[in-house]
Design a protein around this ligand. Structure first.
Ligand code: SF4
Length: 217
């Protein structure tokens, strides 16, 4: 049984790709970008080992519920290549029977120059891949990207049709979603530079002190 070590999943995610999406955050990333907002996903020994079959079941439920897409983020998805590929291939099969267009978006911290044939093969079912480390010194207003060096690579006709307008799109405010569950309060989306410290300041101003945040370890 193949397992993928996962930090969390959420549905519906509306702030990382168009429409309502299943979000899967994998656990484990050794790239250690300064200022990473998801440092809770770095340690590969944390998280939960989830059978790929169970993730596919979750995805099928999301598709049945009307999902527009799947977003895989992290952590670094490509540091679990075999399980990721198995999941993406199965997710591709599920969406192909849905009778409507459903896209797959994968985030990776690897630069395009680091995406060798093997890595591209792993993410082959993805319509769109956002590549590149988070570089705190290169802020951006571009939607769904954390820094100006990150590239939104459109790999399929569906990716072109659905995402072309977003490649250079810089909304007034980045889409951010807040969800809570037993594991904590989750910010979903890509905040702009200063957004997280501003959030902490705002909460403190309302008498709320948050101690354990994923952007500071
Ligand atoms: S920004 Fe992404 S690639 Fe960089 S350390 Fe964080 S999880 Fe890893």
């Amino acid at each position: 049984m193949t397992t993928l070590t996962v930090s969390r999943t959420h549905y519906p995610v509306t702030a990382l790709g168009p429409g309502n999406r299943l979000g899967v955050w994998v656990q484990g990333c050794s790239l250690a970008c300064k200022g990473c907002m998801s440092q809770d996903t770095w340690n590969p020994m944390d998280g939960t080992k989830v059978a790929v079959d169970d993730l596919v079941r979750l995805w099928r439920e999301a598709v049945d519920a009307g999902a527009d897409g799947l977003t895989v983020s992290g952590g670094e998805p490509l540091q679990q290549p075999a399980a990721l590929r198995e999941f993406l291939v199965a997710a591709d099969d599920v969406r192909s029977t849905a009778g409507r267009e459903i896209d797959i978006l994968v985030y990776t911290g690897y630069e395009q120059s680091e995406m060798d044939d093997l890595r591209w093969r792993v993410v082959a079912p993805a319509d769109v891949v956002v590549t590149g480390r988070f570089d705190i010194a290169r802020p951006t207003s571009l939607i769904w990207r954390g820094s100006a060096n990150q590239r939104m690579v459109l790999r399929t006709d569906l990716g072109e049709r659905r995402y072309a307008d977003y490649v250079d799109h810089a909304p007034e405010r980045p889409p951010i979603q807040v969800r809570s569950d037993a594991g904590g309060i989750w910010l979903i989306g890509v905040p702009r530079r200063g957004g997280l410290t501003g959030l902490e300041r705002g909460l403190r101003g309302r008498g709320l002190d948050i101690e354990d945040v994923s952007w500071r370890r």
